[in-house]
Design a protein around this ligand. Structure first.
Ligand code: 48F
Length: 257
């Protein structure tokens, strides 16, 4: 059988158009496919909610691929190791409550774990703004191709609606920055982003879970973004807090949906 290149083009265009439309109106939209966003997507989808996750890069996984300083190993603590084990990721007991995993195995299995639960990822798409409802609550995302963003082309974006949104963009807390600038004060002490502090995993890992909350009506924070917004410590390649934060964001939203 010969292969017709235009048939290939048609299959790709038709399938993408059909599937993309299905995610214009969802229960929860997530910006950023790092560990926190992936786990949030997994637990929301598992509960039967319609979830879409937009990732700026081609690859899903954020800062998890590189382990620590590109050594492809991550560390988690006892309280969170079950979140890796649930995804069938091999976890080594390093003693004293520390566990390690291969970072590549962790990213790939967490990702398929979320997809198998029903979460939908779209890569190479950046969230560049939020959509507001008439009450000026966050009610979706404004998106554009990352290639348009990188090229600096003046092309208007499109919008998708979501009952709730999660900023899981990691250290830069990009969606919260936009909301603070364009929508008004955040639910922080100062109303502003209080900025991430220098490394102390002992404080940061606990804080990232505590700081996982609704930061503006309709918008939740998860993962490192939560510490960047609430002014808590960063941590190194210890990922338990990111996973627990993603799960907490899902649980908080499920109570509201
Ligand atoms: O940075 P990232 O992995 O965030 P996280 O889930 O985990 C943090 C850890 O990786 C690490 C750490 C562990 O102790 O501190 O840093 O909180 O993933 C964030 C993802 O969001 C994407 C970005 O490319 C990355 O994959 N992203 C950032 N801004 C946008 C975005 C945006 N505006 N639109 C879409 N994706």
């Amino acid at each position: 059988m010969g292969i017709d290149d235009v048939v290939v083009t048609r299959i790709i265009f038709n399938r993408f158009s059909k599937e993309f439309q299905d995610y214009f109106d969802v229960d929860v939209a997530i910006a950023g496919a790092g560990p926190a966003g992936i786990i949030a997507a997994r637990y929301l989808a598992k509960a039967g909610k319609k979830i879409v996750l937009f990732e700026r890069k081609l690859s899903i996984g954020g800062g998890m691929w590189g382990g620590g300083m590109t050594f492809p190993v991550i560390v988690v603590q006892k309280e969170s190791k079950h979140l890796l084990e649930e995804a069938n990721i091999k976890v080594a007991d390093e003693g004293k409550g520390y566990y390690s995993a291969d970072s590549i195995e962790a990213v790939t299995k967490l990702c398929s774990f979320a997809i198998d639960a029903g979460a939908r990822f779209f890569n190479a798409i950046s969230v560049e703004d939020v959509l507001l409802n008439k009450n000026k609550e966050v009610n979706g995302f404004v998106i554009n191709w990352s290639a348009i963003e990188v090229a600096g082309l003046h092309v208007d974006p499109l919008a998708i609606r979501a009952k709730y949104c999660i900023d899981a963009t990691g250290h830069p807390a990009e969606i919260c920055k936009i909301v603070r600038k364009k929508c008004g004060p955040l639910e922080t002490k100062s109303g502003d982003l209080e900025n991430e502090r220098s490394m102390c995993a002992d404080i940061g890992e606990r804080a990232v879970v505590e700081n996982t909350k609704e930061v503006y009506p309709g918008l939740f924070v998860a993962g490192m973004c939560a510490n960047a917004v609430y002014g808590s410590q960063r941590m190194g390649p210890i990922f338990g807090g990111m996973l627990l934060s993603g799960k907490k964001a899902a649980e908080l939203i499920l109570k509201k949906l």
